[in-house]
Design a protein around this ligand. Structure first.
Ligand code: MN
Length: 128
């Protein structure tokens, strides 16, 4: 849904710019953090409908952040979409085991990502 809120956690400026442009074009309210630690700070005052998280982050990585979010009842059911340049099946398995809903391989497919995100945000709105 157009007014859904999304938290993007991504340390690569070029990827961040691409995601931000794409999401804002689709009408989402977006907040960004460049680290997991920064993401947790934002989550103290912002409750996103969906989280887009880069797996390779400085400091705590995206998988650990996802595991911590899944252990928190406030974010237990929030859709978490992992983004990564590592595309092996082992990496994919680790992402799902950490609790990610989707495993999105970079470079991001700008045509399909809005549909994937839209699917989750509409699901949340109707209570699935
Ligand atoms: Mn990264």
């Amino acid at each position: 849904m157009a007014d859904s809120k999304i938290l993007v956690i991504e340390d690569s400026p070029s990827s961040l710019k691409l995601m931000l442009t794409l999401l804002e074009m689709n009408g989402y309210e977006v907040r960004v953090a460049e680290s997991a630690e920064g993401g947790f700070e934002l989550l103290e005052q912002f409750t996103p409908d969906l989280i887009l998280i880069d797996i390779q982050l400085p400091g705590m990585d995206g998988l650990e952040m996802t595991q911590r979010l899944r252990a928190d009842s406030a974010f237990e059911h929030t859709p978490i979409l992992a983004v990564t340049a590592y595309s092996s099946q082992a990496d994919e398995k680790k992402a799902f085991e950490a609790g990610c809903n989707e495993f999105i391989i970079k470079p991001i497919d700008t045509r399909s990502l809005p549909d994937v995100i839209g699917g989750y945000c509409e699901g949340a709105r109707t209570g699935e």
